[in-house]
Design a protein around this ligand. Structure first.
Ligand code: URP
Ligand code: ZN
Ligand code: ZN
Ligand code: ZN
Length: 471
């Protein structure tokens, strides 16, 4: 039992003073001057904001990728998330091309048993056949999976073509599951990569040149058109350009249910990181989509503020220097990915709320509540209400810290925000009703995180069915 006293609750709707009583894993009461039951631990939240724990809808812990395995595992990665205020992650099960989705789910589930915070899985569709269709059904009915991921990039590896997208999006619609899309035109990328390499342009600065904004804009428009043909909702991950943001906004203005996710990294880091002679520094910023010219950042912030883009993530995918070195002579062999889970909340508060781009309630919406709604775990997650999971971040809006790999819990040898001083940090974190992090002291243990089943047929699906009937 835990009673949190004297704080200010901020959820996605309102801000108010109240105490919160947590019993077992849930919120048992919210009110004024709640009396501490016998044996109840109390926590003074004076001067702090009590917000729903962050949900990171896009992470890759210990993922085999591009000949390497991402260096943060489910224990270290969720620990880093926890100290930054994130209490749930949605990670990606990536089946081998031709392999079983169910076998891959089990492989990820066994790795994730050591997670410190709650977790759930999207499952990637990397090929199409009858078994995939059947296993999508089993995953939704028996495994609590309600979202499937598709890569329009990574040709020759994870990429799927428009035919696979048609099959898979149509099957997911039937099952009441949401499709996630990595929108980049993989054929265009492969062509541009070959061309750059043929001209001897082998360094990491060629990475962004092989994936210009139009590559993302085209793929976003194409998958929106495909989903539109089928009448299915879709969720586009790591939107990094004005091009893709505009495609999403246009579709939404026409009544299509399209969601867009933004990475904190893309909001505050631009393509100037590729303008250096330091090979490793450039390689450390090789991720897809790449960092963009500054003008795109304003479009992303405006997208979040206006509600055209709904969620923020990190795509947390860490590779240390020796792993990045794999691509020393060929930028296409540098494992793609950047870290970020520990700092997402602080970076968004500092650059979003402190600057007036977002209200504190909007901050809660884009770091937690919207993800919970879209992936159909609201109000269990993403809300402060009686019966909800007691995942709470006690936020100090005025405290500052300077970000550095040296003081980070992320298991990786660099930080893309190195040296950035941010105001706004997680003072204490409650996960599953337990005090998991208290003023710098980590109390959560390996394996305390739970697998979160997500039911299919979010309210979107019923609305889509009714809409079709009314046309
Ligand atoms: O560069 C990235 N984003 N690596 C992780 C895989 C993906 O595309 O999300
Ligand atoms: Zn991706
Ligand atoms: Zn990713
Ligand atoms: Zn939905």
């Amino acid at each position: 039992m835990l009673l949190i006293r004297g704080g200010t609750i901020v959820d996605s709707e309102r801000t108010y003073r109240a105490d919160v009583l947590c019993l077992d894993e849930r919120i048992a009461a919210i009110g004024h001057d709640i009396d501490a039951p016998l044996g109840c631990q109390t926590l003074d939240a004076g001067g702090l904001l009590i917000m729903p724990g962050g949900i990171d809808p896009h992470t890759h812990m210990e993922m085999p990728f591009m000949g390497s395995v991402s260096s943060d595992d489910f224990e270290t990665g969720t620990t880093a998330g926890l100290v930054g205020g994130t209490t749930t992650i949605l990670d990606f099960v990536i089946p081998e091309v031709g392999g079983s989705l169910i076998d891959a789910w089990h492989a990820w589930a066994s790795r994730a048993e050591k997670a410190v915070t709650d977790y759930s899985f999207h499952v990637a569709i990397t090929h199409w056949n009858d078994r995939v269709s059947m296993e999508m059904g089993r995953l939704t009915q028996e495994y609590g999976v309600n979202s499937f991921k598709h890569f329009m990039a990574y040709k020759g590896a994870l990429m799927v073509d428009d035919g696979v997208l048609m099959h898979s999006i149509s099957r997911a619609l039937e099952l009441g599951a949401l499709c996630n899309i990595h929108a980049e035109n993989g054929d265009a990328v492969a062509y541009l990569q070959r061309d750059l390499l043929a001209r001897g342009l082998t360094g990491p600065e060629s990475h962004p040149q092989s994936r210009p904004p139009a590559v993302e804009g085209e793929a976003a428009q194409r998958v929106i058109a495909i989903a539109g043909l089928l009448g299915a909702p879709i969720y586009i991950v790591h939107v990094s350009t004005k091009d893709a943001t505009d495609a999403i906004s246009r579709a939404r203005a026409q009544g299509q249910r399209v969601y867009g996710e933004v990475l904190a990294q893309h909001l505050v880091i631009d393509d100037s990181v590729y303008e250096t002679d330091d090979w490793l520094r450039k390689a450390q910023h090789v991720m897809s989509p790449p960092f963009r010219p500054k003008a795109h950042q304003e479009a992303l912030w405006a997208g979040l503020a206006s509600g055209q883009l709904q969620t923020t993530a990190t795509d947390h995918c860490c590779f240390c220097a020796p792993q990045k070195e794999q691509g020393r002579d060929d930028f296409t062999k540098i494992p793609n990915g950047t870290p970020g889970i520990e700092d997402r909340m602080s970076v968004l508060w500092h650059h979003g709320v402190r600057t007036g781009r977002l209200t504190p309630m909007e901050f809660v919406a884009i770091t937690s509540t919207n993800t919970a709604r879209i992936f159909n775990i609201h109000p269990r997650k993403g809300s402060i209400s009686v019966g909800a999971d007691a995942d709470l971040v006690l936020w100090d809006p005025d405290a500052s810290r300077t970000i550095s790999a040296n003081t980070s819990r992320q298991r990786v040898d660099y930080n893309v925000y190195e040296g950035m001083t941010v105001t706004g940090l997680a003072r204490h974190v409650v996960a599953g009703g337990r005090l998991a992090y208290v003023d710098g002291d980590l109390r959560a243990r390996r394996g305390q995180g739970r697998y979160i089943e997500r039911p299919c047929f979010s309210p979107d699906f019923d609305a889509i069915r009714r809409r079709a009937a009314f046309r």
